[in-house]
Ligand binder design. Structure first.
Ligand code: AMP
Length: 302
C-alpha cells in the first residue's frame, strides 16, 4: 500500500546561468525538486519555509501536484535564494551566491499528522535542521538524507551526528571522497557505512548511481541525453523519484531501493531537459515508464 513521504529541505528561488541562457527567480530548492519528483509515486508531506515574496503560482503548482503544504511556514522576509553558473559542458558549476533569507531563523515544526510517517527524505539543508526533524518523529521510519560540500566543510560535527542516525545516505562522488578522506568512491562508501547508515547511494551525474549495502553493489545508469538545458535539481529529482517509488511500495527492502533508483534516474533525466521544478512537474508517468524501459535495456544482454 502506498505510504506518504515526509520531505524536508530548502524551498528556493534560483538564478541560473548556462552557456545558452540566464534565468531569474526559477522555482528551486532541494525539497521542491524532491517533492515534485516523488509526488507522482506517493502523497508528499512537505516541511520547509517560504518568504512573503514567494509567488502564489508556485504554491498553486505544488498543491496541484498533491504536495501537502501544511508543514510549509510562510515567514516575514525573503525566500531562500541560490544562484549558480554552469561550465559550457555542464561538467561543473559554481555557486555565485546563497542568501539564507527566512532560513536564517527557521526551526522546522512537524505537524502532528506527519510525525508517524514511515518514509522520510531529509533534503539538503543545514544538518542541525535535519537532526531537529529526526527528533520530532514518532515511531520508526526509513530515513534517507542528502547533504552537500558546504556542510562537510562548515558543520562536520552535526553532519556526522546526522549520518550516524539515518538508514540511507545519498551524496555525490566528490562529496563522498571529501567526507571520508578516502581516495576511491568504493572505499568512501565503505567508510560511510561504518559511520552508521546501512546503505549509501553515490550519485555520479551522467555516469549513473551506485548503491552500497550489505549485499553486492548495484548500479543504476543515467540515460544518455544529447541535450541538457539545466542540470539544477537533477540529484534531488533522482532522490525524490527513488524515495517516492519506495514509499509507494510501502517497504524499503533492497529490491524496492534498486527499482527506486531506476525510477529516480528516469525522473532526473526529465528534470535536466528544462529549467526549474515547475518544468519537472510536467512529466507524465507514461514517459517515465518508457525511460525506465530504456534504462533497463542499457545494461541488459537480452
Ligand atoms: P542539485 O542540483 O540537485 O544539487 O540541487 C540544486 C538545488 O539546491 C537548487 O534549487 C538550490 O536552490 C538548492 N541549494 C543550493 N545550495 C543550497 C544550500 N546551501 N542549502 C540548501 N539548498 C541549496
Amino acid at each position: 500500500m502506498s505510504e506518504k513521504l515526509l520531505v524536508v529541505g530548502s524551498i528556493a528561488l534560483d538564478d541560473l546561468q548556462t552557456s545558452k541562457e540566464k534565468r531569474k527567480d526559477v522555482l528551486g530548492g532541494a525539497a521542491t525538486y524532491i517533492s515534485v519528483a516523488a509526488s507522482r509515486f506517493c502523497p508528499v508531506n512537505l516541511v520547509g519555509v517560504i518568504g512573503d515574496d514567494f509567488p502564489e503560482e508556485h504554491v498553486d503548482l505544488l498543491e496541484s501536484r498533491k504536495v501537502d503544504l501544511a508543514g510549509v511556514e510562510k515567514a516575514k522576509g525573503k525566500t531562500f535564494r541560490w544562484s549558480g553558473v554552469y561550465a559550457d559542458d555542464f561538467s561543473s558549476r559554481e555557486t555565485l551566491d546563497t542568501q539564507l533569507g527566512v532560513f536564517e531563523t527557521f526551526s522546522p515544526k512537524i505537524p502532528e499528522a506527519y510525525r508517524k510517517n514511515r518514509f522520510v527524505m531529509l533534503g539538503n539543508i543545514h544538518p542541525g535542521l535535519q537532526l531537529k526533524v529526526l527528533e520530532e518523529l514518532l515511531g520508526s521510519a526509513f530515513v534517507a538524507a542528502d547533504t552537500m560540500n558546504l556542510w562537510i566543510d562548515t558543520t562536520p560535527a552535526e553532519l556526522n551526528e546526522l549520518i550516524s542516525k539515518v538508514d540511507l545516505l545519498v551524496l555525490n562522488d566528490e562529496e563522498s571522497v571529501q567526507l571520508t578522506g578516502e581516495q576511491s568512491v568504493i572505499r568512501a562508501a565503505a567508510a560511510i557505512r561504518e559511520m552508521g547508515p546501512k546503505m549509501v547511494v553515490v550519485k555520479r551525474g551522467e555516469h549513473g548511481a551506485w548503491l552500497f549495502s550489505d549485499v553486492e553493489p548495484f548500479f543504476a545508469p543515467a540515460l544518455p541525453l544529447e541535450q541538457i538545458v539545466d542540470p539544477t535539481g537533477a540529484g534531488d529529482s533522482f532522490a525524490g523519484g527513488m524515495m517516492g517509488y519506495i514509499a509507494s511500495q510501502g517497504i524499503a527492502d533492497i529490491d524496492a531501493i534498486k527499482k527506486g533508483m531506476i525510477y529516480g534516474a528516469a525522473v532526473a533525466s526529465h528534470a535536466v531537459e528544462g529549467f526549474g521544478a515547475d518544468y519537472l512537474a510536467g512529466f507524465r508517468m507514461s514517459d517515465i515508464e518508457k525511460r525506465v524501459d530504456r534504462l533497463q535495456r542499457l545494461v541488459s544482454l537480452n
